[in-house]
Design a protein around this ligand. Sequence first.
Ligand code: PXP
Length: 244
Amino acid sequence: MRLYVNIDHVATVRQARRTDEPDPVRAAVLVELGGADGITVHLREDRRHIQDRDVDLLMRTVRTGVNLELAAASEVLELAVKWRPMQATLVPESREEVTTEGGLALGSEESRRGLAAALQRLGGAGIRTSLFIDPDPDAIRASVDLGTDAIELHTGEYANTRGLERSTQLDRLRRAAALGRSLGVAVHAGHGLTYENVAPLAAVPEIEELNIGHSVVSRAVFVGLERAVREMADLLRRARPPAR
Ligand code: PXP
């Protein structure tokens, strides 16, 4: 199980004043020291948090790997091809949303064609590809048909529910992860995961990577970033001890 920490919200604090602190590039060093397996950033078309300069510097300083989230139809695609991060995750994007609200729309021929072209462009540049999708069988099959290396299952509905409904959503994610693996793609997951809700998901054997941002950066305000990452990494390790 790999822990990728999304540091967008370090940049959100910086952009609140449009100054040069806190610097997400410095944050990435602490995230790596805390034991994360990689750094995730979303370069949005509206540049509301992460800036081109950040990705440019992260590409030169991150020692683990950079997972760049981007919209397929944006000019960020060409930047990704230039930067060649270890992984690129295609996500839906709209200017109105506070955060990525759902998985990619795979129902229409037009959107599938756009995603296929983006996957080809990224894969051709040697970048590992992932599609952020809802944990639904149709979306998983459509993603596999498009030729992605990995899928990232949207965990928002799991995170936003409680009690019985959360168990239902966990089962849905378990089935989705098993289906993805059986069809030959790597399975990642993320969105809305916290110290409180991550363990059951981290225990799902088919999930090999979690992307977690807001909760880790929030905790970092109180305990520091390195410790916040270490605590999350420990939770993942305890949920699924390494095979002997
Ligand atoms: N995965 C994807 C594809 C995302 O877009 C985000 C949010 O930017 C995350 C994971 C992390 O979500 P959160 O910040 O809620 O942990």
